[in-house]
Every structure is written in C-alpha cells, then in structure tokens.
Design a protein around this ligand. Structure first.
Ligand code: UD1
Ligand code: CA
Length: 442
C-alpha cells in the first residue's frame, strides 16, 4: 500500500437542496462518504478527507463509523474563501501549497462517488505517468467535465459551465478520479488560477497545465456505473438503484431466491445464510441476518436475526428481534423480542417479549409493553396458548403450559398449568332485536 488517497468532501452540495451535507446523504442506509472511505481503506493507510461546509458534523460521522481506522484517516479544512474549488481543496493556507501526504503516488476521489470499488481504484495505481485521469462515456453528459483526448492522451478538461456548444456535445467525460505523482502536484498546484465562470480553482485545470508542459496524461476508461457522481436527489436515487442491483445480485449468487428482485430493498449490512427465499416488495435493513428462511411479500425487517422461520406477508420485524423456528404471519409487528419455535399468525403487536417453544399467539394479541413512562417485559414460557384478542399488560410472566381464554386482559402472572380468563359473562335477551329495531311489533 504505497498510495495516499485524498477524498474531496468540502463542497456546499447546493444542488442537493438539503440542510444535510451532500456526502452524508445515504444510499442503501449508508452515507455516501462512508462508501468512499471504506473502499479507500482497502488500498491505502494514508487517507485525507477535505472538508469545509459542516465539517464538524461530517468529521464526527466518520470518526464514529471508522473507529478502528482513525490512525489512517486525516482531516483537512479547506480555506474555502481564499481557495474555492476542487483544486483549492488540495491547497494549504499559504502559496497554494499541497497538503502533507505520506506517499509519492496520490489518488484523488470526489466525495460524491459512492459506487466506487476497490478493483476499479487499483487500476489507478502503479504506472509511470505523472498524471492519469478516469474517464467514461455517457449518452447524457450533463453536469460532467468534457474531456478532449488525442492520440490516446488527455489534452484538456472543460467544465460544463465554461463549455461552448460544440464542446458540450462531447460525450467523453471526467469521472472524478485522478492519479498524480506527488512531485507533479507540488510543482503545478501553486500555478493554478481561478479565471473561469465560477471563479474557482479547478483541479481539472491541472490537466491543462500538464499538457502545456508536454507531459503525457493517461486516460483510464472506467465503468460509469462505478463512478457516477451524485449531485442531486434524482442522482441519489439512481446511485441507490445501482447499489441495490449489486446487493441483490450478490445475494442471488449466494443462493437466495428472490422473486421480482427489482422490488427488494436491501442494505450492505444485511447477510444471508443457507437457503432463503424472498417474495416481492420486501424491505430488509440494518444489521439483519437471515438464515434458511422464507420472507413473504411486503414484509419489513430491521436489524434482526431470522432463522429457520417464515415471516409475513406484510409483517413488520423491528430492531432487536431474534426469531427462530417460528411462523410470523400477516400484520404482526415485533420489536426487541425473542421467539423460538412459536407461532403468531395474525394481527399482533409483540414488543419486549420472550416466547418459548410450542406457544401459539392468537389473532389480535397485544403486549402492552409501555405504561406511558417506561417499557416492560413480557415473558411467555413453553406451550402457552393465548386466545385471540388478549392483552398482556407488562411486566408479566407466564410460565409454561398455560391456557389463556380469548379476550382476556391479563395483569397478573400465571403459574404452570393455569387456565387464565377475564371476561364478562354473556347474556342473551330473547326478542331484543325486535324491541330495538321495531318496538311496535309484538
Ligand atoms: C466535478 C469535476 C467534473 C467531473 C465531475 C465528476 C471539477 C472542477 N469538476 O464536477 O469535471 O466530471 O466532478 O463527478 O472538479 N469539493 C471540495 N471543495 C470545493 C468544491 C468541491 O472539496 O471547493 C468537493 C465536493 O464536495 C465534491 C467534489 O469536490 O465531493 C466534486 O465537486 P462537485 O461540485 O460535485 O463537482 P462537479 O460539478 O460534480
Ligand atoms: Ca459531483
């Protein structure tokens, strides 16, 4: 690992139209900048993140997400008022000098490219040219710098805002990834000027300076799917689509059956083991592990472990659940609960509870886990049969082999072998129907 990586994340991100810094917007539940740092860490131990707008918030986020790697990550605050722009981002306060870097080989990445992969970045390491530039071709080049290539050499990059109509028609584009020799940067960074439409120091003008000094610039053609820049909410959703396709393909390669894969939402922290099957419209997020299970249509699963079970359709498994050998049916909501070898087939809320083997939870059973001040637990033993429409007012403990009559409001613990019932006796009043609807009829 003899490359230093610089990630540019100091821009205002105005096109995002959001108070959240651009690089903290998420795709598949993970912040864009975290993807860049994650891939950079695979190729370097000298990573420099350039910040300015909301730098404290971004720094805090990175420090929190990469706690074990902080000795490899360095933060710099851009002098944005004096040196704005992607070129300005590399400069220290005085004389446009390059920020201090460990290695002679330098890879620069825009911070808004969450789809980059280690494999593509490795293509930028280890050749002799002082400058290499990532380029790709797109049908719609809007927003990207246009790249002029002659004799397999990059000659110039022209930013869209500075481009004439014929230049705008060029479809070879700057991907936003650059490999530089440190000496080149040290020599030419102080020579950058800001005489352009945006009055910024463009990193891309270094290419111009290199050609003027007869240096060869290597174009490296990359896959646009790995380097798309995210400037707006619509680009954010496009990038997420690409990430989702990768996550679904990875799951299918591992043997997961996915029906209508384009309708499945996944996050990188979700893992599968064994043989799993997922029906359409499912949303699985957070640190979720699914092992040998069937997830039926339109279920939502967040940060939980599901093993040898079937879930849904339309079930909601909220964070902190451990479900094994169980059947969870439609309109059942679970939260922070451990369920083993049990069934909850329909219309239930089961929160902060433990349910033992062989237990059956009837339709409409609710754990009343919150008293308005604190959450309480419900412990249910083995072979407990809970009749429909029962409320379990927590804290509550039900031992094994207990039968609870339907419609019970349970506020007291039950002992092994109990039948529990709390219900008003039924009364049938003969002729009551007619007295109510037609009092004149005898
Ligand atoms: C940039 C390139 C463009 C390329 C495109 C690829 C320049 C001048 N243009 O355009 O040629 O096709 O990326 O996606 O580089 N940033 C700073 N400090 C600043 C300004 C920006 O650190 O003063 C950071 C941003 O946070 C962002 C990155 O640099 O992560 C790129 O900036 P952005 O404004 O998105 O550049 P583009 O207009 O997309
Ligand atoms: Ca961009």
């Amino acid at each position: 690992m003899s490359v230093s990586v610089i990630i540019l994340a100091a821009g205002a991100g105005t096109r995002m139209r959001s108070s959240l810094p651009k690089v903290l917007h998420k795709i598949c539940g993970q912040e864009m900048l975290s993807y860049s740092v994650q891939e950079a860490l695979k190729i370097s131990e000298d990573i420099h993140i350039i910040l300015f707008f909301q730098h404290e918030k971004i720094r805090q986020h990175i420090e929190c997400s990469f706690q074990d790697h902080l000795h490899k990550i360095f933060f710099h605050i851009q002098n944005h008022s004096k040196y704005p722009g992607t070129g300005g981002a590399l400069m220290q306060n005085e004389q446009q000098k390059l920020i201090p870097l460990k290695h002679d080989q330098i890879l620069i990445l825009n911070g808004d490219m969450p789809l980059i992969t280690k494999e593509e970045l490795e293509r930028f390491i280890g050749f002799k040219n002082p400058v290499a530039l990532g380029v790709f071709e797109l049908e719609n080049p809007t927003g990207y710098g246009r790249v002029i290539i002659k004799d397999n050499q990059v000659k110039q990059i022209i930013e869209e805002k500075d481009a004439t109509p014929p230049i705008k028609a060029i479809r070879t584009l700057n991907a936003g990834v650059y490999a530089f020799d440190k000496k080149f940067l040290e020599t030419y960074l102080p020579k950058l000027t800001n005489t352009n439409a945006q009055k910024e120091y463009y990193l891309t003008d270094l290419i111009d300076l290199a050609t003027k000094n007869k240096l060869e610039i290597l174009p490296i053609f990359v896959n646009p799917k790995n380097f798309m820049g995210v400037n707006s909410k619509s680009e954010l959703s496009k990038a997420q689509d690409i990430m989702l396709e990768r996550l679904r393909n990875k799951a299918m390669d591992q043997g997961v059956i996915i029906h209508l894969p384009q309708t499945l939402y996944l996050e990188p922290s979700v893992t599968f083991e064994g043989e799993c099957e997922i029906q359409p419209g499912v949303c699985i997020s957070g640190k979720t592990k699914i092992i040998n299970s069937l997830i039926k249509a339109y279920s939502v699963i967040e940060s939980s472990v599901i093993e040898h079970s079937d879930i849904g359709p339309m079930a909601h498994i909220r964070p902190g659940c451990e479900i094994s050998q169980s059947h969870i049916g439609n309109f059942v909501e679970l939260k922070a609960s451990k369920i083993k070898g049990a069934k909850a087939g329909h219309l239930s809320y089961l929160g902060d509870c433990e349910i033992g083997e062989g237990s059956n939870i009837g339709a409409g059973v609710i754990t009343c886990n919150y008293d308005g001040k604190a959450k309480h637990k419900t412990l249910i033993g083995k072979n407990v049969f809970i009749g429909s429409d029962t409320q379990l007012v927590a804290p509550l403990e039900i031992e094994s082999n207990v039968l609870i009559g339907s419609g019970t409001t349970m506020t007291k613990n039950a002992k092994e072998g109990d039948l529990v019932i709390s219900r008003v006796r039924q009364e049938n009043k003969n002729g009551g129907f007619y007295r109510f609807f037609n009092p004149n009829k005898k």
